[in-house]
Design a protein around this ligand. Structure first.
Ligand code: SAH
Length: 227
């Protein structure tokens, strides 16, 4: 039977991505590997880019933004140490791919995107793929989502100049915040664990490169397009 692009499910490509890009580089959390084997990443990129969806790099998604490289998604997801019962806040919905991965690993995902057009597209994919435990809002996620706080885990998928204090305050005790922090073009991935009401433990997980977080606690404006 011939297999058109519309029905191709890219399972072979996904298996290879998990083996070569994730397992081979040290991603060991079985639940994360399973989620990334299951989520159809090609659905989150434009049709013309689908054949590249499982390659080892970010891809453009419009508005000068990118869907992160699969390895970054896996690394950040693993760092949140999800067991399945958590409420997770993601800042920077973008294509919606990271939200979909999180939705398979937690009870509920709340996600915030500043570009309405990207949010609309992501919503269409969530609906098409029946990701029913994702709640999205359009706005500045750099301030978090106060009305829905506290969260068991928070992930920021855009680079901020500093660790954002108000996000730390929106964690439950024991909660994890993962975010890239640094300059416009180069950041360090940080994990902050809330150990007590006012006690936080911070560690570096390595160098990374994300589009900038633009907003109240982020950068003031978008730079000339990077990747
Ligand atoms: N998690 C996304 C990555 C997208 S890139 C994915 O899987 O595709 C980062 C996204 O963060 C971009 O879509 C950008 O528009 C968004 N962003 C940047 N600053 C933001 C802010 N202050 N609030 C909400 N979204 C923001």
């Amino acid at each position: 039977m011939s297999e058109g692009l519309a029905v191709k499910d890219f399972l072979k490509e996904r298996r290879r991505m998990v083996e070569e890009q994730l397992k081979a580089r040290g991603i060991g959390d079985e639940r994360v590997l399973e989620a990334m084997l299951a989520v159809p990443r090609h659905m989150f990129v434009e049709e013309a880019l689908r054949s590249q969806a499982y390659n080892d790099f970010p891809l453009p998604i419009g508005e000068g933004q990118t869907i992160s490289q699969p390895y970054s998604v896996a690394l950040m997801t693993e760092a949140l140490q999800l067991q399945g019962e958590e409420t997770v806040l993601e800042i920077g919905t973008g294509s919606g791919y990271q939200s979909a991965v999180l939705s398979r690993l937690a009870k509920q995902v709340l996600t915030v995107e500043r570009f309405p057009r990207l949010a609309r597209k992501a919503r269409m994919v969530f609906d098409a793929c029946a990701y029913t435990n994702i709640m999205m809002r359009v706005g500045d996620g750099s301030v978090g989502w106060e009305e829905k706080a506290p969260f068991d885990a928070i992930m920021v998928t855009a680079g901020a100049p500093v660790v954002i204090e108000s996000l730390k305050q929106q964690l439950v005790p024991g909660g994890r915040l993962v975010m890239p922090v640094g300059s416009f073009r180069q950041q360090v991935l940080k994990r902050i664990v809330r150990e007590g009401a006012a006690r936080f433990h911070e560690e570096n997980l390595g160098a990374c490169h994300f589009v900038p977080l633009v907003g109240h606690y982020g950068w003031r404006e978008t730079p000339a397009r990077s990747c």
